[in-house]
Design a protein around this ligand. Structure first.
Ligand code: M6R
Length: 609
């Protein structure tokens, strides 16, 4: 996590760095800081809280330079505080660094620096050791000092350093944390992610793992881990920075909820031919490959993992192959059964989630074929996969994922359809039926969005609850997990999801009179069983909001309220059923005055283990 930005050019570094940091606040917003070389010394200003707090303390005109580095933090080592904020400097303020990641052996390095060099540490962070390491190795050549420091460091990092004695140069290095260099005319940038640079540049170099970059105002030189210069193709950014603006909505989350019809259409259109076949442009998986897979793993975190829960049932049904879904942070440490006949599907909005990336590498090492479902073009997960199935959700800024989830579901259907039709496990009639239903989804999502006031009213009625349950069966069970995560992450209500049939095996003990339960009942073939499960909790006095398909009204008898989604086949109902849950979470959080787009303790991109 954390966002870093560096600028080198002529004048006004401060303004450009602050602009860039604002675009990276999704990576963390516990504190922010900036370092500029001024009069032979590095001046650092930093402040706990959002970037607006930093802006208040860096207003002075004399605090500016033509080069500088900035940081927005998501705390890992050391609480959010002024002193733990980045940048960190060395003892005589001749070096400053910003860091994204974790230095795993920082304690060891710290003890050594104290013992051998009498270094006095100011912060509790792991990152401060980097500034001191570079400081002790520096003898007039920043690149050499950074290289020597890197030899001592273990862990994940994107670091950018400046030196007071070389005020025309920045040196950045990447290992398992994202870094891009922006190419300007008479200026250059380094940053954790493309949006930070888009106001000023459209051309970037994507920096690879273990590469070091030296930036001056006229040049960007990339070195590989052996110290050889690397020639990198320019990556042209085609999307627009404006896509990351709120456009009149109160919050990015609400805007992104409303962008779902468009995201779903785009994701479908990019992959569907006029004759209805799924186009796999850019994907090298052959019929033989698909037939050779005897197992599929879907691995992801958070919301993306929840998309995988739906993906499992969809792909198993359509392609008749066993699918296991795993949480990325668990997968890599459990010696999973993976070989050349395994298809490994990584799902990630950001494409930078370190747990997912590490799991992907583990699967690759064991010989799996890696297909990723990713939103951010050119991200690490995308680059390290054999094939990429992009979601076309557009930039997702709110920490709570919404449009990425529904577009990930679309990819699950398209992968299922493609594999199933290739293997002959589904017939043409079924294929066409699912396709028609998928194409109808944007309109049906619109219809649900039109009923937003209905859900807002429910949120107003129930926002004081301190505990909410989400239950469902089959595909609804996967959606329950997503509904529950949405609510807890932005409203801080203790919410809990469980397969409805499992309730009676223990969790039903928590049902009290007035406990709020969302009961998802959109699966026709499980409808009656679901109604029975709802009866069981109703008997314990719970308050129940049902989510059901239009025309399936029997559930009204056992629910306090029912929200109806448009009719659809069971397979695609998750795309519709999740929408009221997203809207409910949003309005509950709003009623509770929560920081909806930037919930406490969270960050959009989780690049630490
Ligand atoms: O970028 P990714 O999809 O890999 O992120 C995975 C999770 O960190 C993410 O979905 C997280 O759970 C969201 N805050 C959920 O809204």
């Amino acid at each position: 996590m954390c966002g870093i930005v560096g600028f080198v050019g002529s004048g006004n570094a401060k303004e450009k760095i602050i602009d860039g940091l604002k675009r990276l606040e999704y990576r963390g917003y516990d504190s922010a800081g900036i370092a500029l070389p001024i009069d032979g010394k590095i001046e650092i200003r930093k402040h706990v809280g959002e970037i607006k707090n930093l802006e208040k303390i860096i207003g002075e005109a004399e605090f500016d330079s033509s080069i500088g580095i900035g940081h927005t933090r998501w705390a890992t080592h050391g609480a959010p505080s002024d002193v733990n904020s980045h940048p960190h400097g060395n003892m005589d303020s001749s070096i400053a660094i910003v860091h994204n990641g974790i230095i795993e052996n920082y304690q060891e390095i710290k003890e050594w620096l104290i013992k051998e060099y009498g270094i006095v540490f100011k912060s509790e962070t792991d990152s401060e050791v980097i500034a001191h390491l570079i400081g002790i190795f520096y003898d007039g050549d920043l690149l050499a000092a950074v290289n020597k420091a890197v030899e001592e460091m273990r862990g994940a990092y994107a670091v950018c350093a400046i030196a007071a004695d070389e005020p025309d140069k920045m040196v950045a290095v990447r290992k398992d944390a994202p870094l891009v260099a922006g190419i300007g005319k008479g200026f250059n940038f380094i940053a954790s992610d493309i949006p930070a640079l888009l106001k000023y540049v459209r051309q970037v170099y994507l920096i690879e793992n273990n590469e070091t970059v030296v930036l001056t105002k006229d040049d960007i030189v990339i070195y590989n881990e052996n110290g050889d210069k690397v020639k990198r193709d320019v990556f042209n950014v085609t999307w627009d920075a404006d896509a990351a603006e709120k456009e009149g909505y109160d919050h990015f989350m609400l805007k992104e909820i409303h962008e779902q019809p468009k995201g779903i259409s785009e994701t479908l259109l990019r992959r569907l031919e006029e004759d209805g076949s799924v186009n796999l442009d850019g994907i090298s998986m052959t019929k033989e490959d698909i037939e050779s897979f005897n197992k599929v793993y879907i691995v992801a975190c958070g919301t993306a993992y929840h998309a995988g829960l739906v993906g499992k049932l969809v792909i198993e049904k359509m392609a008749r192959v066993p699918v296991e879904v795993d949480i990325a942070s668990e997968f890599r440490y459990r010696d999973p059964f993976v070989d050349e006949n395994t298809l490994f599907i990584a799902i990630s909005q950001s494409g930078e989630t370190l747990d997912t990336l590490a799991a992907l590498r583990e699967a690759k090492r064991k010989g799996a074929r890696v297909l990723s479902v990713v939103n951010v073009v050119g991200s690490s997960v995308a680059r390290e996969s054999d094939d990429v199935f992009y979601t076309w959700a557009g930039p997702e800024i709110a920490v709570a994922s919404t449009k990425a989830y529904t577009t990930q579901l679309i990819c699950m259907y398209l992968i299922g359809l493609y594999m199933g039709s290739t293997k002959g496990t589904i017939d043409k009639e079924y294929y066409n039926k699912v396709l028609d239903e998928l194409k109808a989804l944007p309109g049906k999502v619109e219809a649900i969005l039109d009923k937003e006031p209905e859900i807002e009213a429910l949120a107003k009625k129930y926002h004081r609850k301190e505990q909410v349950f989400y239950i469902g069966r089959g595909l609804d069970s996967g959606v329950s997990y997503e509904g529950s995560l949405k609510l807890k992450e932005i409203s801080y209500i203790n919410s809990f999801a469980i397969a409805a049939g499992e309730l009676k095996h223990g969790t039903i003990a928590l049902m009290e009179p007035d406990t709020l339960v969302f009961a998802l009942a959109t699966q026709d073939f499980l409808y009656e069983k679901m109604v029975s499960n709802v009866e069981e909790i109703r008997a314990r006095g719970a308050r129940i909001i049902g989510v059901s398909k239009e025309g399936k009204t029997e559930i009204e008898k056992v629910c306090d309220e029912v929200f109806y989604i448009p009719q659809c086949i069971d397979e695609v109902s998750p795309v519709l059923a999740v929408i009221p849950l997203q809207i409910f979470a949003y309005y509950v959080a709003k009623e509770r005055n929560c920081n909806i787009d930037k919930p406490k303790n969270l960050a959009k991109s989780v690049t630490v283990e």
